[in-house]
Design a protein around this ligand. Sequence first.
Ligand code: 3PG
Length: 398
Amino acid sequence: MRKMISDSQIREVAVGDVAGKRIVLRVDLNVPLDENGVADGNSLRLSAARATIEKLQDMKARIVVLAHRGDPNGIDLNMSLQPIVRSMMQKMKSGPCLWQSFAPLEEIHARTMSLATSDVLFVENIRFFVGETKNDEEFSRELATLGDVFVNDAFGVCHREHASVVGIAKHLPSFAGPTILKETGALNRVVDNPARPFVAIAGGAKIHTKLSALLALLRGADEVFVGGALAAAFFKAKKMRIGVSQVELDDEKLAEILLKNSSLHLPEDVVVKNSSGETRLSSPDDIRSDEAIVDIGRNAIAAIATSARAAKTVVWNGPVGVIEETESRVGTDAVAHLLAEIGRGPAFVLAGGGETVDVIESLKLSDFYDHVSVGGGAMLEYIGGGKLPGLVALRNVE
Ligand code: 3PG
């Protein structure tokens, strides 16, 4: 039986849909490069994309891969997809894998017509085309000429209304890839009727993008612990002094959230760093004017551990401290290890978000989590109850 995403008409791609046909496959290859300009071919996103490509190769499709890197403003070879594709190609079990540098779509179309069964053509950063992020109608129509069928497997980009995610689906029979089905299946365990107690941990730097997800977590979870910049913002909203900690949210809104949600827990203690680079453990109401909050303290970690160990569902998004410095990623590493330990037991443990996944992967803990999401913003939107345009576009389209 074909898998369906609950409450929708999204269908997973099957062999009869693709055999012998040209498939436009949208994947998410947006991963960082290391200091030598190399992408980690074993990262979660690249492994997921590779598995899907290999599945389509087994289905005898002729595959045209579309993906983006970063947010270039037009053509910018510093944002080329080529180094990432190189890492992908090195790990592919079979080929041939071909590279298509930036060119007019008619030229790329001509190349797709000469693809043989199981060939894979990787196209340069799709965001080099100006029509992509505008979801331009004409560009979407032209993009659709690159294939006979569209398969979207880029869960991490489904919150973007872009041509290679949304617009193209109007013009081709469209299906979901296995990564999308796996993601929605796992996230639905948190969205619909989660096993209780349900504990969530939220942190990270870009807090303005997380407020709707935080509100959704507060609606759904029994307890929500916050760390990172989010905690500093709440302390400020409580009119506490937070020294030179950076916050970017409206105090009144946060103060109201605090007042209305007794399930929201701020850290009992924090690690602060002063202008000379010295760190110390502090109570949140004892932060000096030249200090910034850089991590949660040991009592805060212990409080998270007590609740999370008693939980049946645990969700984590966002580091609870500044992970770029070893001394201030203690709390985040402790949370990563704690949840890996809980994940080995019966509770359902889910984590996601770019930095969170990097931490879990760098500690080699992914296997102990029930699900590590490939989505950052997309995962938060989904948990927050938002309708992801990339998923909506796949509905009812034959
Ligand atoms: C991500 O990295 O979360 C996805 O690839 C989406 O990237 P974007 O935020 O640049 O759209």
